[in-house]
Design a protein around this ligand. Sequence first.
Ligand code: SAM
Length: 320
Amino acid sequence: MRLPPELLAGIEQETSRFDGKQLARAAADLTERYKKDETRGSSIVNSEVHRAAYLAVRLPATYAANRRVFAEIRALAPHLDISSMLDLGAGPGTALFAAAEAFPHLRQATLIEADAAWFEVGKRLGGSIPVRTQWLQRDLRSKLDFGPHDLVVISYALGEIPGSALEPLLERAWQNATKLLVIVEPGTMRGFSNVNAARSWLITHGGELVTPCPHHHACPMAAGGDWCHFAQRVERTSLHRALKGGALGHEDEKFSYVAAGRGFVSLPKARIVRHPRKHSGHVQLTLCRAEGLGTRTVTKSQKQAYKEARKAGWGDAWND
Ligand SMILES: C[S@@+](CC[C@H](N)C(=O)[O-])C[C@H]1O[C@@H](n2cnc3c(N)ncnc32)[C@H](O)[C@@H]1O
Protein backbone atom coordinates (compact mmCIF):
# COMPACT_ATOMS: atom_id res chain seq x y z
CA MET A 1 0.00 0.00 0.00
CA ARG A 2 1.11 3.54 -0.76
CA LEU A 3 -0.01 6.75 0.90
CA PRO A 4 -1.87 9.23 -1.34
CA PRO A 5 0.60 11.62 -3.06
CA GLU A 6 -0.84 14.72 -1.29
CA LEU A 7 -0.32 13.09 2.11
CA LEU A 8 3.24 12.06 1.20
CA ALA A 9 4.00 15.58 0.00
CA GLY A 10 2.52 17.01 3.21
CA ILE A 11 4.66 14.74 5.39
CA GLU A 12 7.75 15.71 3.40
CA GLN A 13 6.93 19.38 3.94
CA GLU A 14 6.34 18.93 7.69
CA THR A 15 9.55 16.97 8.23
CA SER A 16 11.73 19.27 6.11
CA ARG A 17 12.01 21.72 9.03
CA PHE A 18 14.30 19.28 10.87
CA ASP A 19 17.58 17.72 9.89
CA GLY A 20 18.04 13.97 9.57
CA LYS A 21 19.86 13.62 12.88
CA GLN A 22 17.16 15.37 14.89
CA LEU A 23 14.46 13.27 13.25
CA ALA A 24 16.38 10.03 13.72
CA ARG A 25 16.86 10.78 17.43
CA ALA A 26 13.17 11.61 17.83
CA ALA A 27 12.11 8.49 15.89
CA ALA A 28 14.32 6.38 18.18
CA ASP A 29 12.72 8.06 21.22
CA LEU A 30 9.25 7.16 19.93
CA THR A 31 10.25 3.52 19.38
CA GLU A 32 11.72 3.39 22.89
CA ARG A 33 8.67 5.02 24.49
CA TYR A 34 6.19 2.75 22.71
CA LYS A 35 8.29 -0.32 23.58
CA LYS A 36 8.41 0.58 27.27
CA ASP A 37 4.69 -0.15 27.36
CA GLU A 38 4.17 2.76 29.72
CA THR A 39 1.82 4.55 27.41
CA ARG A 40 -1.35 4.65 29.46
CA GLY A 41 -2.26 8.24 30.25
CA SER A 42 1.06 9.56 29.00
CA SER A 43 1.94 11.80 26.12
CA ILE A 44 4.50 10.08 23.97
CA VAL A 45 4.63 12.52 21.11
CA ASN A 46 5.42 15.64 23.07
CA SER A 47 7.45 18.08 20.95
CA GLU A 48 7.51 19.43 17.40
CA VAL A 49 10.33 17.19 16.32
CA HIS A 50 8.61 14.15 17.84
CA ARG A 51 5.44 15.06 15.97
CA ALA A 52 7.45 15.28 12.73
CA ALA A 53 9.06 11.92 13.48
CA TYR A 54 5.59 10.41 14.12
CA LEU A 55 4.49 11.60 10.68
CA ALA A 56 7.55 10.02 9.07
CA VAL A 57 7.67 6.67 10.83
CA ARG A 58 4.29 5.92 12.44
CA LEU A 59 1.57 7.67 10.44
CA PRO A 60 2.22 5.62 7.26
CA ALA A 61 1.70 2.43 9.26
CA THR A 62 -1.36 3.54 11.23
CA TYR A 63 -2.85 4.99 8.02
CA ALA A 64 -2.26 1.67 6.23
CA ALA A 65 -3.90 -0.33 9.04
CA ASN A 66 -6.96 1.97 8.96
CA ARG A 67 -7.19 1.76 5.16
CA ARG A 68 -7.05 -2.02 5.30
CA VAL A 69 -9.79 -2.20 7.94
CA PHE A 70 -12.03 0.20 6.01
CA ALA A 71 -11.43 -1.79 2.80
CA GLU A 72 -12.49 -4.95 4.61
CA ILE A 73 -15.66 -3.24 5.85
CA ARG A 74 -16.44 -1.99 2.33
CA ALA A 75 -15.97 -5.48 0.93
CA LEU A 76 -18.42 -6.90 3.50
CA ALA A 77 -20.91 -4.02 3.30
CA PRO A 78 -20.53 -2.35 -0.11
CA HIS A 79 -23.75 -0.34 0.33
CA LEU A 80 -22.83 1.06 3.74
CA ASP A 81 -23.00 4.83 3.42
CA ILE A 82 -20.72 6.81 5.70
CA SER A 83 -21.16 10.58 5.62
CA SER A 84 -19.90 11.59 9.08
CA MET A 85 -17.15 10.38 11.37
CA LEU A 86 -15.89 10.94 14.90
CA ASP A 87 -12.23 10.18 15.59
CA LEU A 88 -11.26 9.76 19.25
CA GLY A 89 -7.53 10.35 19.86
CA ALA A 90 -7.09 11.63 16.32
CA GLY A 91 -3.41 12.69 16.44
CA PRO A 92 -2.74 14.33 13.04
CA GLY A 93 -6.04 13.00 11.60
CA THR A 94 -4.74 9.68 10.32
CA ALA A 95 -8.10 7.87 10.43
CA LEU A 96 -9.80 10.75 8.62
CA PHE A 97 -7.22 10.59 5.79
CA ALA A 98 -7.91 6.85 5.45
CA ALA A 99 -11.71 7.18 5.76
CA ALA A 100 -11.81 9.93 3.12
CA GLU A 101 -10.20 7.50 0.66
CA ALA A 102 -12.45 4.58 1.62
CA PHE A 103 -15.82 6.31 1.99
CA PRO A 104 -16.47 8.69 -0.91
CA HIS A 105 -19.61 10.18 0.71
CA LEU A 106 -17.79 11.30 3.85
CA ARG A 107 -18.61 15.00 4.33
CA GLN A 108 -18.18 15.83 8.02
CA ALA A 109 -15.61 14.83 10.64
CA THR A 110 -15.15 15.63 14.33
CA LEU A 111 -11.62 14.97 15.53
CA ILE A 112 -10.99 14.74 19.27
CA GLU A 113 -7.45 15.07 20.50
CA ALA A 114 -5.80 16.05 23.80
CA ASP A 115 -2.77 17.64 22.13
CA ALA A 116 -3.88 20.78 20.29
CA ALA A 117 -0.45 21.05 18.65
CA TRP A 118 -1.66 18.39 16.20
CA PHE A 119 -4.48 20.58 14.89
CA GLU A 120 -2.44 22.87 12.64
CA VAL A 121 -0.35 19.94 11.40
CA GLY A 122 -3.52 17.98 10.64
CA LYS A 123 -5.14 20.92 8.85
CA ARG A 124 -2.07 21.33 6.63
CA LEU A 125 -1.86 17.59 5.89
CA GLY A 126 -5.56 17.21 5.13
CA GLY A 127 -6.02 20.53 3.33
CA SER A 128 -7.15 18.92 0.08
CA ILE A 129 -9.70 16.57 1.66
CA PRO A 130 -13.26 17.70 0.87
CA VAL A 131 -14.58 17.00 4.39
CA ARG A 132 -15.87 19.68 6.79
CA THR A 133 -13.64 19.04 9.80
CA GLN A 134 -13.91 20.20 13.37
CA TRP A 135 -10.92 19.74 15.69
CA LEU A 136 -11.71 19.69 19.40
CA GLN A 137 -9.22 19.62 22.25
CA ARG A 138 -10.76 17.24 24.78
CA ASP A 139 -9.63 14.60 27.24
CA LEU A 140 -11.10 11.21 26.40
CA ARG A 141 -11.14 10.38 30.10
CA SER A 142 -13.77 13.05 30.76
CA LYS A 143 -17.51 12.79 30.17
CA LEU A 144 -18.03 13.67 26.55
CA ASP A 145 -20.95 13.61 24.20
CA PHE A 146 -20.30 14.52 20.59
CA GLY A 147 -23.61 13.64 19.06
CA PRO A 148 -24.29 10.91 16.56
CA HIS A 149 -21.85 10.12 13.74
CA ASP A 150 -22.12 7.33 11.17
CA LEU A 151 -18.62 6.11 11.95
CA VAL A 152 -16.66 6.36 15.20
CA VAL A 153 -12.96 5.43 15.15
CA ILE A 154 -10.46 4.89 17.95
CA SER A 155 -7.15 4.31 16.19
CA TYR A 156 -4.03 3.45 18.17
CA ALA A 157 -5.39 5.46 21.11
CA LEU A 158 -7.15 2.93 23.36
CA GLY A 159 -3.77 1.80 24.71
CA GLU A 160 -3.07 5.32 25.96
CA ILE A 161 -6.22 5.47 28.08
CA PRO A 162 -6.00 4.31 31.72
CA GLY A 163 -7.87 1.05 32.38
CA SER A 164 -10.53 2.67 34.59
CA ALA A 165 -11.51 5.07 31.76
CA LEU A 166 -11.85 2.41 29.06
CA GLU A 167 -15.44 1.30 29.67
CA PRO A 168 -16.89 4.80 29.98
CA LEU A 169 -15.05 5.72 26.76
CA LEU A 170 -16.40 2.67 24.93
CA GLU A 171 -19.87 3.42 26.15
CA ARG A 172 -19.78 6.96 24.75
CA ALA A 173 -18.08 5.85 21.53
CA TRP A 174 -20.77 3.20 20.94
CA GLN A 175 -23.60 5.60 21.85
CA ASN A 176 -22.32 8.06 19.26
CA ALA A 177 -21.85 5.46 16.50
CA THR A 178 -25.06 5.30 14.48
CA LYS A 179 -23.65 2.78 12.01
CA LEU A 180 -20.17 1.62 12.89
CA LEU A 181 -17.51 1.66 15.60
CA VAL A 182 -13.97 0.75 14.58
CA ILE A 183 -11.12 0.14 17.01
CA VAL A 184 -7.57 -0.39 15.76
CA GLU A 185 -4.59 -1.09 18.01
CA PRO A 186 -1.01 -2.31 17.56
CA GLY A 187 -0.84 -6.03 16.79
CA THR A 188 0.83 -6.85 20.09
CA MET A 189 -0.40 -8.94 23.00
CA ARG A 190 -1.34 -5.75 24.81
CA GLY A 191 -3.00 -4.12 21.79
CA PHE A 192 -5.02 -7.29 21.19
CA SER A 193 -5.99 -7.54 24.83
CA ASN A 194 -7.53 -4.03 24.62
CA VAL A 195 -9.30 -4.92 21.38
CA ASN A 196 -10.60 -8.17 22.84
CA ALA A 197 -11.89 -6.40 25.95
CA ALA A 198 -13.65 -3.87 23.70
CA ARG A 199 -15.06 -6.72 21.59
CA SER A 200 -16.55 -8.42 24.68
CA TRP A 201 -17.99 -5.14 25.91
CA LEU A 202 -19.59 -4.43 22.52
CA ILE A 203 -21.15 -7.89 22.26
CA THR A 204 -22.62 -7.53 25.75
CA HIS A 205 -24.04 -4.13 24.85
CA GLY A 206 -25.78 -5.13 21.64
CA GLY A 207 -22.99 -4.53 19.12
CA GLU A 208 -23.02 -6.77 16.06
CA LEU A 209 -19.54 -7.63 14.93
CA VAL A 210 -18.68 -6.72 11.36
CA THR A 211 -15.04 -7.78 11.12
CA PRO A 212 -12.65 -9.54 11.66
CA CYS A 213 -14.57 -12.06 13.80
CA PRO A 214 -16.88 -14.46 11.93
CA HIS A 215 -18.87 -15.18 15.15
CA HIS A 216 -19.88 -13.68 18.47
CA HIS A 217 -18.48 -16.43 20.72
CA ALA A 218 -15.51 -15.88 23.03
CA CYS A 219 -12.32 -15.34 21.03
CA PRO A 220 -10.65 -18.75 20.59
CA MET A 221 -7.24 -17.12 20.13
CA ALA A 222 -7.43 -15.42 23.51
CA ALA A 223 -8.59 -18.71 25.05
CA GLY A 224 -5.42 -20.34 23.71
CA GLY A 225 -3.13 -17.61 25.08
CA ASP A 226 -2.51 -16.29 21.56
CA TRP A 227 -3.33 -12.91 20.11
CA CYS A 228 -5.34 -12.19 16.99
CA HIS A 229 -3.59 -9.77 14.68
CA PHE A 230 -3.01 -9.09 11.01
CA ALA A 231 -0.34 -7.36 8.93
CA GLN A 232 -0.48 -4.65 6.30
CA ARG A 233 2.47 -3.93 4.06
CA VAL A 234 3.21 -0.26 3.48
CA GLU A 235 5.83 1.31 1.24
CA ARG A 236 8.57 3.24 3.01
CA THR A 237 9.74 6.61 1.74
CA SER A 238 13.49 7.22 1.55
CA LEU A 239 13.24 9.36 4.71
CA HIS A 240 11.42 6.55 6.51
CA ARG A 241 14.13 4.08 5.43
CA ALA A 242 16.86 6.42 6.61
CA LEU A 243 15.20 7.02 9.99
CA LYS A 244 14.60 3.32 10.57
CA GLY A 245 18.14 2.48 9.48
CA GLY A 246 16.77 -0.27 7.23
CA ALA A 247 17.27 -1.10 3.58
CA LEU A 248 13.81 -2.57 3.01
CA GLY A 249 11.49 -0.56 0.82
CA HIS A 250 8.47 -1.55 2.88
CA GLU A 251 7.37 -2.52 6.35
CA ASP A 252 4.63 -4.83 7.60
CA GLU A 253 2.48 -3.12 10.17
CA LYS A 254 0.98 -5.59 12.63
CA PHE A 255 -2.41 -4.54 13.96
CA SER A 256 -5.40 -5.87 15.88
CA TYR A 257 -8.87 -4.54 15.29
CA VAL A 258 -12.58 -4.93 15.76
CA ALA A 259 -15.50 -3.28 13.99
CA ALA A 260 -19.04 -3.46 15.30
CA GLY A 261 -22.21 -2.18 13.73
CA ARG A 262 -25.94 -2.23 14.07
CA GLY A 263 -26.99 -5.20 12.01
CA PHE A 264 -26.14 -4.48 8.38
CA VAL A 265 -23.75 -7.26 7.50
CA SER A 266 -23.80 -11.03 7.19
CA LEU A 267 -20.65 -12.51 8.63
CA PRO A 268 -18.40 -14.70 6.50
CA LYS A 269 -18.09 -18.35 7.54
CA ALA A 270 -14.46 -17.96 8.55
CA ARG A 271 -11.48 -15.61 8.75
CA ILE A 272 -7.94 -16.57 7.70
CA VAL A 273 -5.84 -15.86 10.78
CA ARG A 274 -2.35 -16.87 9.60
CA HIS A 275 -0.39 -16.56 6.38
CA PRO A 276 -1.83 -19.27 4.10
CA ARG A 277 0.76 -22.00 3.42
CA LYS A 278 0.82 -22.38 -0.35
CA HIS A 279 2.40 -25.64 -1.52
CA SER A 280 2.37 -27.19 -4.95
CA GLY A 281 -1.05 -28.78 -5.33
CA HIS A 282 -2.51 -27.67 -2.00
CA VAL A 283 -2.98 -24.66 0.27
CA GLN A 284 -3.26 -24.87 4.04
CA LEU A 285 -5.43 -22.29 5.77
CA THR A 286 -5.68 -21.54 9.48
CA LEU A 287 -9.24 -20.44 10.04
CA CYS A 288 -11.25 -18.88 12.84
CA ARG A 289 -14.85 -20.14 12.77
CA ALA A 290 -17.81 -20.29 15.14
CA GLU A 291 -16.57 -23.78 16.12
CA GLY A 292 -13.13 -22.42 17.01
CA LEU A 293 -9.71 -22.40 15.36
CA GLY A 294 -8.82 -25.05 12.82
CA THR A 295 -6.89 -25.77 9.67
CA ARG A 296 -8.31 -26.53 6.26
CA THR A 297 -6.35 -28.05 3.41
CA VAL A 298 -7.60 -27.05 -0.01
CA THR A 299 -6.36 -29.31 -2.80
CA LYS A 300 -6.10 -28.76 -6.52
CA SER A 301 -9.01 -31.14 -7.11
CA GLN A 302 -11.36 -28.66 -5.37
CA LYS A 303 -11.09 -26.39 -8.37
CA GLN A 304 -12.94 -23.19 -7.35
CA ALA A 305 -11.87 -23.30 -3.69
CA TYR A 306 -8.27 -23.95 -4.73
CA LYS A 307 -8.30 -20.98 -7.08
CA GLU A 308 -9.56 -18.75 -4.26
CA ALA A 309 -7.13 -20.22 -1.73
CA ARG A 310 -4.16 -19.47 -4.05
CA LYS A 311 -5.21 -15.81 -4.04
CA ALA A 312 -6.20 -15.64 -0.37
CA GLY A 313 -4.13 -13.78 2.21
CA TRP A 314 -3.80 -13.50 5.96
CA GLY A 315 -6.81 -11.59 7.25
CA ASP A 316 -9.15 -12.35 4.36
CA ALA A 317 -12.66 -13.69 4.85
CA TRP A 318 -13.20 -17.31 3.81
CA ASN A 319 -16.61 -18.67 2.87
CA ASP A 320 -16.04 -22.28 1.92
C1 SAM B 1 -0.59 6.79 18.92
S1 SAM B 1 -1.47 8.28 18.68
C2 SAM B 1 -2.61 7.78 17.40
C3 SAM B 1 -2.98 8.92 16.53
C4 SAM B 1 -3.90 8.55 15.36
N1 SAM B 1 -5.20 8.13 15.83
C5 SAM B 1 -3.27 7.49 14.49
O1 SAM B 1 -3.85 6.41 14.36
O2 SAM B 1 -2.20 7.74 13.91
C6 SAM B 1 -2.55 8.38 20.08
C7 SAM B 1 -3.24 9.73 20.20
O3 SAM B 1 -4.19 9.68 21.25
C8 SAM B 1 -4.12 10.91 21.96
N2 SAM B 1 -4.58 10.71 23.33
C9 SAM B 1 -4.02 9.89 24.28
N3 SAM B 1 -4.70 10.02 25.44
C10 SAM B 1 -5.70 10.90 25.21
C11 SAM B 1 -6.74 11.44 26.01
N4 SAM B 1 -6.87 11.09 27.28
N5 SAM B 1 -7.59 12.34 25.47
C12 SAM B 1 -7.46 12.72 24.17
N6 SAM B 1 -6.49 12.25 23.35
C13 SAM B 1 -5.62 11.35 23.86
C14 SAM B 1 -2.64 11.27 21.94
O4 SAM B 1 -2.44 12.64 22.19
C15 SAM B 1 -2.25 10.84 20.52
O5 SAM B 1 -2.37 11.89 19.60
